[in-house]
Structures are given as C-alpha cells and as structure tokens.
Design a protein around this ligand. Structure first.
Ligand code: KG4
Ligand code: ZN
Length: 335
C-alpha cells in the first residue's frame, strides 16, 4: 500500500512548529521554533510579537521538516493546520502558510483543533481504544473531554475561570520566577511540603467544573501580606502547597468523571501534563483505568500532535476550503 504523508503546521501561541507524519502514527519530523525567550522579559506572551516571530520562521520550519523527514512536497497527501483556539494573529500566520502550501501543491487542507491535537498526541504512545476520557491541562484550557469515537470530542467539564497553566504562570510571576513558570514550580514543589494549605475550590461540589482563580488569589494575598509584614515565606513550601491544591482539585474532578463515564482509558495531555507531581498523583490515585500520557516532547505545543489529530480527520474525510478562517475561541462543539 502507498504510504500517506501529512505535513502539519502549529502556530496558535508562542511555538512555530511543522511536522511530517507518515501513515497513521509515525512522526518523521517535528520542528519546534520556540519564542519563549522573546516573551520572557514581558512575563507572558505578547500577541503582536508572537505573530511577527511566526512570520520570520514559518517557511524555514516547513523546509526543515521536509528535509528531516527526507521527503519532497510532491510526496505529501495533505496539509493540516491549527485553526483555533489560540491567538488570532498567530493562528493566521500558520494558516496563511498552510493554505499557500496546499494550494501551490494541489493538496487538501485539514483543519485541526489545537486541543484535539494535545489529546491525540497520546496516539504516539499506543493505539487508543474508545470510548475514552481525557483531562486536558494547558496554559489556556482545563477541561475533561469524553471521546466516544475517534474525532468525536465532547467537553463534560471545564474551568469557570483560569486554566491550570495560567495559574502556575501567574503565581510564578508573583514569586519572581520567569515565564512560563510551571516547570520550575514543579521542581521546587518536590523540595517542599504542603504547609500553607491553600483552598481547594469546588472540590466537594457534585459537578465536573474547575475553578483556579480563588487559589490564585489566596496565593497572591498570602504573598502580599507576608511582604507587607516583612515575613519570610519558604519558596519550596509555597510551591508544594500550591501544587498539592492543584492536584487535589484535578484528581477529585477526574475521579468524578471516571465514575460517571464507563471508559477503559484516561488520556492526560497539554503543557501541564509534563508536570511530575501530576504524573505521580495519577499513578497513585487512578487504578481502575489505564492512564496514557504523551511523552514530554509532545506535551508542549508542537505540530506533531496536530498531525496525529489530522490523521483522524483525514480518515473522516474532514477537509476545509481555502477560505477557512481562524477561530480564536474554537471549542470542540464548533469543530
Ligand atoms: O499546552 P501548552 O504548551 O500551551 C498552551 O496551549 O497553553 O501549555 C503551556 C503551559 C504553561 O502555562 C506552562 O507553565 C505549563 O504549560 N507547564 C507546566 C509544566 N510544564 C509546562 N505546568 C506545570 N508543571 C510543568 N512541569
Ligand atoms: Zn497548547
């Protein structure tokens, strides 16, 4: 049988990435140009700066991805692109590149939801069996998703306010850590104890909703009060206490979802799935279903995950016209 090759482009936030997928799950290349150093001094992603960086490197990334995969544009069968959710200007750069490339080479265009990409990165670990549940935790999203069959995503619970990654980055900023702070907080947390006992919002409520803004405010208040009084806080314990609260919330809601939906596996994905504390808690707390977490290199934003989700859309025959628009607040329902 002839091999199938998909070129995928991701540019929804601060990573410009291009990947080549062979057949269903073989990633031949996954080039990631991170802009994180440019945004660090601002303490977060500056949308206009992000778009400009994408423009500068997108063509090179496409060339590199083809070269590393050792294939030609003429070998490709489709071009996939993230069309939301994300920063509109950033998305538009990747989409313009994808459309131009698809048009120039006469290839079909596959529209991919960024969060479906995070989830489907798990396909690299093993073949997924359906139905399954997913806990998606990133800088912009925190959601529980029920996937009845490939490509059929339904949000069953999400955050009412901040996303987990966003909370990590905000408290990191208060502690003077550099952006993005998730990884450093995770490392510091492993050296400390949960001594500050932050609130665990909505943990006992009978729903699948999350809330992290109260936790963030409690953290900021504690920090400011201590500063005003000239009291010292123990950084490692602060991080451990924050992380323990986050994990208790994530575990409580995930367990609740697992008790309401009959599934055999749980996928945990998104940038925050890189968290070691989360991985430890999952192995302690979740026994009845198999937990599948993408490898670290596919947890943060990358086009490999977009290609893995695109392969499913390709099978479904889900293609877009060249007038496809960016959808900054795309949800699974609007796909
Ligand atoms: O999925 P992602 O790369 O981008 C979005 O789509 O948002 O997620 C980025 C987020 C950032 O907020 C970052 O602080 C967080 O993931 N993150 C972590 C860890 N590594 C990255 N949060 C907690 N622990 C980590 N080890
Ligand atoms: Zn992401």
């Amino acid at each position: 049988m002839k091999n199938r090759y998909i070129l995928a482009i991701e540019s929804s936030c601060d990573e410009t990435s291009v990947a080549i997928l062979k057949n269903d799950t073989e990633l031949l290349s996954n080039i990631i140009a991170s802009q994180v150093e440019s945004h660090k001094r601002f303490g977060g992603v500056v949308p206009e700066v992000a778009s400009r960086h994408h423009v500068e490197v997108i063509t090179l990334c496409i060339e590199d991805a083809l070269q590393e995969a050792a294939i030609e544009a003429s070998d490709l069968d489709a071009v996939a692109v993230t069309y939301g959710p994300g920063l509109v200007g950033a998305l538009l750069v990747g989409m313009a590149a994808a459309k131009a490339f698809a048009w120039a080479h006469g290839l079909p265009l596959i529209p991919v939801n960024h969060m479906a990409g995070h989830l489907m990165a798990a396909r690299e670990v093993k073949e997924l069996t359906y139905p399954l549940l997913a806990l998606l935790v990133s800088g912009g999203h925190t959601e529980l998703v029920y996937v009845q069959k490939p490509g059929d995503y339904k949000i069953i619970g999400e955050t009412r306010d901040d996303a987990v990654g966003e909370a990590y980055d905000k408290v990191g900023r208060v502690m003077g850590l550099s952006y993005p702070a998730g990884r450093e907080i995770d490392q510091l947390a492993h050296k400390g104890q949960d001594t500050y006992h932050f609130p665990r919002a909505m943990i006992k409520e009978d729903n699948l909703e999350f809330s992290f803004s109260g936790l963030k405010s409690a953290f900021i208040n504690l920090h400011h009060n201590a500063q005003q009084k000239g009291e010292d806080l123990i950084l490692e314990d602060l991080c451990a206490s924050f992380q323990a609260a986050v994990m208790d919330i994530l575990m409580a809601k995930t367990k609740k979802a697992l008790s309401s939906y009959s599934v055999k596996s749980l996928v945990v994905a998104g940038g925050v799935a890189a968290n070691q504390g989360l991985r430890e808690r999952l192995s302690q707390d979740i026994q009845d279903v198999e937990v599948i977490i993408p490898p670290l290199r596919l947890c943060g934003d990358n086009a490999g995950m977009i290609a893995l989700a695109a392969a499913i859309e390709y099978e479904k025959g889900h293609f877009a016209k060249l007038d496809l628009n960016a959808k900054p607040s795309l949800s699974f329902e609007g796909m």
